[in-house]
Design a protein around this ligand. Structure first.
Ligand code: SF4
Ligand code: SF4
Length: 298
């Protein structure tokens, strides 16, 4: 079994061609701009839509485990919740839904195989994303091996925040690594994301040395974090020492904000406007000067 947040068919990003993207649950970082905060924990998360809720308290009254209360805002206790779904079924306004469930590997592969003709015709395949897929490492390995038995192109989107041993074990089953490089400064990376800088850099560098033609470096460009020229140029210079496929600069967006709202978590970037790709055009030229292909967007 593996904990899944979502499976998206006919995805056209995060790897070549037409793809199915499997979003796994669990993450060891806590980036404040995260577009999928519901994936941070492995268990299913109860999402509550304040805009739909009329405060009838049916969810609270019907919960057999007293896992919901209002004080005065909606509060859900994941420690006592038994995921019985009674609250969701009793909400008259469909203001509640669970995000995430546990699935059999075979169940996932069955969904993936529905679109095998599309993958073949478009040189597409499967992308495993998250969360951080390596959190559920044993289940991930089983999933990778099963996908490879079907001769599928497999890409993985990862933070690199785990032991290098795991990368080595997964290497034979992954065709394309989309690995995050969020900041070149140790203190900033650790303070803001909670990641282990040395571990992440070890993994990025290992992949860039071992299989550069299978590596895409991904940098979310975030105001007040890494969006300044000095930082981005230093990162481009670092990556350009290796013959990787490309470096993707992902302009900041706030598309995940509604999820933060539904989890009643404070979204720190509410006052920031979305970034346009055109704001990053200079870096494409800077990359060229260093012999590095820079793509804007994923
Ligand atoms: S899923 Fe069940 S236990 Fe959990 S909050 Fe809803 S009613 Fe309560
Ligand atoms: S049952 Fe639905 S509408 Fe009623 S209080 Fe709970 S979430 Fe709000």
């Amino acid at each position: 079994m593996i904990n899944v947040s979502n499976i998206e068919r006919f995805a056209t990003h995060d790897g070549p061609g037409i793809r199915t993207t499997i979003f796994l649950k669990g993450c060891s970082l806590h980036c404040p701009w995260c577009a999928n905060p519901e994936t941070w924990v492995e268990y299913p998360v109860l999402m509550h839509d304040t805009k739909k809720c009329v405060r009838c308290f049916a969810c609270q009254k019907n919960c057999p485990n007293m896992a919901i209360h209002f004080d005065p805002e909606f509060k859900w206790n994941p420690q006592t919740c038994q995921h019985c779904n009674t609250c969701v079924e009793n909400c008259p306004l469909e203001a509640l839904e669970f995000s995430g469930k546990s699935m059999e590997i075979e169940e996932i592969v069955k969904i993936v195989l529905k679109d095998i003709d599309y993958y073949k015709n478009s040189q597409g395949g499967v992308t495993i994303s998250g969360g951080e897929a390596f959190v559920q490492f044993d289940a991930l390995m089983e999933l990778l091996k099963t996908l490879k038995k079907h001769d599928l192109h497999v890409a993985i989107e990862t933070t690199g925040n785990y032991s290098n041993e795991r990368i080595k074990r997964a290497l034979p089953y992954i065709d394309l690594w989309l690995i995050d490089f969020k900041h070149i400064d140790k203190e900033m990376l650790q303070k803001v994301t909670g990641g282990d800088y040395d571990q992440i850099m070890e993994n990025i560098t290992y992949l860039m040395n071992t299989c550069p033609d299978q590596v895409i470096i991904r940098t979310p460009v975030i105001p007040k974090f890494n969006a300044d020229q000095k930082t981005l140029c230093a990162m481009i210079e670092y990556v350009s020492k290796y013959p990787v496929k490309e470096m993707d600069l992902l302009p900041y967006h706030s598309l995940g904000k509604s999820k933060w709202d539904k989890m009643h978590k404070k979204y720190m970037y509410s006052d920031l406007k979305m970034m346009d790709k055109s704001e990053l055009l200079d870096y494409v030229e800077i990359g060229k000067k260093h012999g590095l292909k820079i793509k804007l967007g994923g």
